[in-house]
Design a protein around this ligand. Structure first.
Ligand SMILES: NC(=O)CC[C@H](N)C(=O)O
Length: 317
């Protein structure tokens, strides 16, 4: 019988070749240069036990995974009613950077915080008098969660800042209909910097673990954010976290998860879902595989997560 560490390492190698079916995000120049064949996973349980396999030392940017963290922080900074007045909790079925519903549905309230439109609105709400202050507050919050210093990858930020025409268009639309709390360029700076925060798979697994535990940090033994916010975040991850593949992801994998165009996937496995796994009291999962599909999800990463969730019977439904 193979031990679980050996198994997980074998699974990474089994699914690594699927990277060929995807490509690194090309619309952000700095991401296009990544090695598409990389694949890494980390799983962390509430007692701090960790399993890792693949290219685990690789650092990458959070991209859309940051949207769950800014949503949580905005809810803490401003309170749930304030946030929900400015961003809805409905899936769209459209691409993550779509502008169509801001025009076709009035008054132009963004549909959810997991698509770019909603995330830009949320970024504009963070506490702080300048983009730098907002980002610093976000970095401090992330550092509390993962227990080490984090920073923005300037090269990735600059690379996207100069090519962000679509996100700029979204931000101008949001401003026109009253859904930005700060000037367009400031909201964009916060949004694109949060996307360029650099982490690794273990950091992501730790964030996933805290979300799985309803905001409670099991190692620090502190409640970092309210249970109600954690539950809402998990619901948003299930319904909107994997962009317009969220329905299929819920149907065939069944875990609250959030992906980013860097190839990152973060999943939160609550305790009742992990009973038959090596993590019977739940866990957080971080995956990195930079070759993404046309929807924006890591190809090898989704295959790997699906296999593990099935093998370990982690489907929350
Ligand atoms: N889906 C994503 O990861 C998108 C994030 C990226 N920074 C963008 O705004 O396009």
């Amino acid at each position: 019988m193979l031990d679980n560490h050996t198994k997980i390492a074998q699974w990474v190698e089994q699914f690594r070749p699927y990277a060929k079916e995807g490509n690194c995000a090309s619309y952000i120049p700095a991401l296009a240069e990544k090695n598409p064949n990389q694949l890494a996973i980390a799983v962390i349980g509430p007692d701090g036990s960790e399993m890792r396999a693949g290219d685990t030392t690789e650092r990458f940017t959070l991209q859309s995974v940051s949207k769950i963290v800014t949503f949580i922080l905005a809810c803490m900074d401003k309170g749930l009613p304030y946030v929900l007045e400015r961003v809805d909790v409905e899936p769209t079925g459209d691409t993550f950077n779509s502008i169509v519903r801001l025009e076709s549905h009035q008054p132009g309230k963004p549909f959810n915080p997991m698509i770019n439109a909603g995330a830009i609105t949320v970024s504009s709400m963070l506490s702080g008098d300048s983009p730098q202050e907002k980002i610093d507050n976000l970095l401090r919050f992330l550092e509390k969660m993962i227990g080490k210093k984090v920073s923005v990858n300037e090269e990735v930020f600059q690379s996207e800042w100069h090519t962000a025409n679509r996100n700029r268009a979204l931000a101008y639309y949001l401003m026109a209909s009253g859904y930005l709390d700060c000037p367009v360029e400031e909201a964009l700076e916060v949004y694109l910097k949060q996307c360029a925060i650099e982490i690794d798979v273990s950091d992501m697994a730790m964030i996933g673990l805290i979300i799985a535990n309803d905001g409670y940090h099991p190692l620090l033994k502190t409640q970092l954010f309210p249970k109600q916010v954690a539950k809402l975040t998990k619901a948003l991850m299930v319904t909107c976290g994997m962009y317009n593949a969220s329905g299929k992801f819920a149907a065939f994998i069944g875990l609250p998860a959030k992906s980013g165009v860097s190839g990152a996937i973060l999943a939160a496995v609550p305790s009742h879902a992990g009973l038959e796994s090596p993590f019977p009291t739940g866990c957080g999962i971080g995956i990195y595989g930079p070759a993404i599909d046309t929807i924006g999800n890591s190809v090898a990463g989704v295959h790997l997560l699906k296999y593990i969730a099935t093998e370990w019977n982690m489907n929350i439904f």
